[in-house]
Each structure stands twice: as structure tokens, then as C-alpha cells.
Design a protein. Structure first.
Ligand SMILES: [Zn+2]
Length: 376
């Protein structure tokens, strides 16, 4: 397995190393706000200066009339090979959060974190699910749980495997773990100082797992709108987030649930309404697309999810945060997701400003990972 992976890896994407350079006179989204006419200086893979000071390096990229922003993060993916990580990187998606897969394979892929041709993988390892539950149908063996008492050992095993966070599945369309077991896993996760995210599909389950301490949801519910009382109850929690995966959920309706285009359209509208409610209630939204489900790709399809978030009524500045700074904040990853002094130089140069129109995400001209240019 390992040798095959490495052969694919070195098959080659054009690369050009740049030790030190400055992007001049550019509009910057730094992960927080927009700054005009800036010079961004990069050296040894890090941003060493940002401002309007005199230039200190001879290698320049003229940013006049252009827009620079942190590289994108897809907060919900499933990666099974390096080609997925390469496809993500080519679209400017330099970080991907895997939400259930083969732990050993993920360990091998994570060894490639500093490879400038590939997106950096963060992983949950195996998701927590019941025997015969959602997540056990993909053809690889998955360790399962029966009861709250199983949580301690199960979380200990994930932490020993080096996972970055813990993912739990509460999915009553199949055999599922109980809310009591999910709560026990969340508690063990927090004892281990990690973030606990949960797959749900129903509003009541979303409400319940948030009351039981979940940090985030990897999907938005889609059975019903949440009641005002439920929404108020979860809003009392601080620092929680939702990864709505609108694109996935809508595509799945037509592909696998036998729904018509009209029915899928109605569901989409309901989801966008719920996203706006969450946003207005101060709950953080993160962008994710759940590839390869519904044949969604690891790269450019993330732009479609950003367009949905914009359509929901979230201001485009916030939409950009949902795929840059917010994922790094919520998953507690240091020195990434912002363009600030001392941060990793994972950056995108666009010819058009995506705050004017989110569709301008398609205008990416240059991508740097750790300050190394990825040629398109
Ligand atoms: Zn998923």
C-alpha cells in the first residue's frame, strides 16, 4: 500500500520553490478583515511582514488590483488516497478535515502534511457508531460501541492512533448509539482535551447532542426546522459550530432518496433558512462538502458550498471566514487560517474580489503552501 501511495505522490505536479518574496500593493483578507494596498512578505514558509512598509526583498509578485486571502479549509471530507489531497490543493483547499475513514491509511497520508503538492490532512480516525450503524457500510472494518461504559476505551484508542478530534454518529435511520453513549464519548473527548463533533440528521438529535456537550455538528439537520425553544437552548452554549454540508444533502436527495428536483429545492431552501437562523443566533458556520459522497470533488466543489452560504444571507466576509479562519479557531489549530505575521504562508491570489461576489472564488491565479508556489 505504502509504495503505491508514494509512486502516485511523486508522479508530479509542477512546483516552483520560492524562498523569499513579497506580494505588492494587494487587497488582503487576513482571516478577520480587509486591508487595502498591502505588501505581504514571505520567508521560509511564514509571513514575516504585512503592511505598507518599504520592500525588503527583490522577488515581487505584483498584486495591484488583486486579492489575497488564506488558503481554504474543507471541514468535512473523506480521503482515501493522495489523489484526493492533490485535487484539493489544486483548488486552493490546503486543509481538509476527514470525518471517518481508515485510521492506518490516514496515518500514512498525514505523514505528507508538509508536502506542498497536497492538502494537509486532519483526521477523526474511525467515527463512533453502533454495530450495523451508519459508517459501517463502506467495506472496511470499524470498531463499534454498545454502551456508555465503552466510551473510555474507545476514545483512548483514537487518541493513541493520533487523531486530531473525535467524530460521533447519531443516525436513527439505522442502528445507532444512544444519546447516553454519545454523551459519554463527548465527556471522554473533553477529558482528552479534544473537540467532539457529531453526525445528526434530525433537529431533535442536534438539539440533544448540543445539550450533551458536543462542540459541533458535521451536518445540518434536514428533517424539520428547529423549534424556537430548541434554538434558544443551543444558543445558550458558547463556542459551538455547525458544518451544514448543503451541497451534499441536497444532491443526496435526488441521487439516493428518490426525491424530485422540486423536493430537493424545497429542502435546500429550508436548510438555507436554518443556516441564517444559526448565523443570526451567533453560532459559527464552517464550510464542508463531504466528498466523495454524491460524487462531490475534493477541490472546486467547495466553492459551491460557499455560494450556498452566501445565498443563505451570510455576508461574504463571513462566508470566507467559514472556510479559512473559523475552522482553525474551532478545531484549535495554531498559526493557520490567517494572514498575519508569524503565520504559515498558505495563501491564495485571486484576480477578482470574492467579497464583491462569492463566485469570484473561481478566479484563483496562484496558490502557495508553506510559501511554496503550486503552479496550476
Ligand atoms: Zn461524511
Amino acid at each position: 500500500m505504502r509504495s503505491i501511495i508514494y509512486i502516485i505522490l511523486f508522479a508530479g505536479f509542477g512546483l516552483q520553490a520560492q524562498e523569499s518574496f513579497v506580494i505588492t500593493n494587494v487587497t488582503v483578507f487576513d482571516g478577520e478583515k480587509v486591508l487595502e494596498n498591502q505588501n505581504i512578505t514571505v520567508a521560509s514558509g511564514k509571513i514575516i511582514a504585512i503592511g505598507q512598509d518599504e520592500l525588503t526583498t527583490e522577488t515581487t509578485v505584483d498584486g495591484t488590483g488583486k486579492f489575497v486571502m488564506p488558503a481554504l479549509t474543507n471541514s468535512h471530507v473523506h480521503v482515501f488516497n493522495v489523489l484526493g489531497l492533490a485535487q484539493a490543493a489544486q483548488a486552493g483547499v490546503l486543509n481538509v478535515f476527514d470525518m471517518h475513514g481508515m485510521e492506518t491509511l490516514q496515518g500514512v497520508l498525514k505523514e505528507q502534511r508538509d508536502n506542498p503538492k497536497l492538502a494537509t490532512l486532519y483526521n477523526a480516525g474511525f467515527a463512533a457508531t453502533a454495530a450495523g450503524g451508519h459508517g459501517t457500510q463502506f467495506g472496511f472494518p470499524v470498531p463499534t460501541l454498545e454502551k456508555p461504559e465503552d466510551a473510555d476505551q474507545w476514545v483512548t484508542d483514537r487518541v493513541a492512533a493520533g487523531v486530531d478530534y473525535i467524530k460521533i454518529i447519531v443516525e436513527p435511520w439505522k442502528n445507532t448509539i444512544s444519546h447516553e453513549t454519545a454523551k459519554a464519548i463527548i465527556e471522554e473527548t473533553h477529558i482528552n482535551d479534544k473537540v467532539a463533533v457529531v453526525h445528526i440528521s434530525k433537529a431533535e438529535d442536534a438539539h440533544q447532542v448540543f445539550l450533551n456537550g458536543a462542540d459541533g455538528l458535521v451536518h445540518l439537520w434536514w428533517d424539520n426546522q428547529m423549534t424556537e425553544a430548541q434554538m434558544e437552548a443551543i444558543t445558550a452554549r458558547e463556542n459551538i459550530f455547525v458544518i451544514p454540508t448543503v451541497l451534499t444533502t441536497v444532491l443526496m436527495q435526488e441521487l439516493f432518496m428518490g426525491k424530485s428536483k422540486e423536493e430537493a429545492g424545497e429542502l435546500k431552501n429550508m436548510m438555507l433558512t436554518e443556516i441564517k437562523r444559526l448565523h443570526d443566533a451567533g453560532i459559527t458556520i464552517l464550510a464542508g462538502t463531504d466528498p466523495p459522497n454524491a460524487n462531490i470533488n475534493m477541490g472546486t466543489d467547495l466553492y459551491k458550498e460557499l455560494a450556498y452560504l452566501s445565498e443563505a444571507g451570510i455576508p461574504n466576509l463571513e462566508v470566507l471566514k467559514s472556510a479559512t479562519s473559523y475552522p482553525m479557531d474551532k478545531f484549535r489549530i495554531a498559526n493557520k487560517g490567517y494572514l498575519k505575521k508569524g503565520y504559515v504562508a498558505d495563501m491564495l491570489l485571486l484576480s477578482k474580489n470574492p467579497i464583491d461576489d462569492i463566485k469570484n472564488m473561481e478566479s484563483i491565479e496562484m496558490i502557495w503552501k508553506n510559501g511554496v508556489l503550486l503552479t496550476k
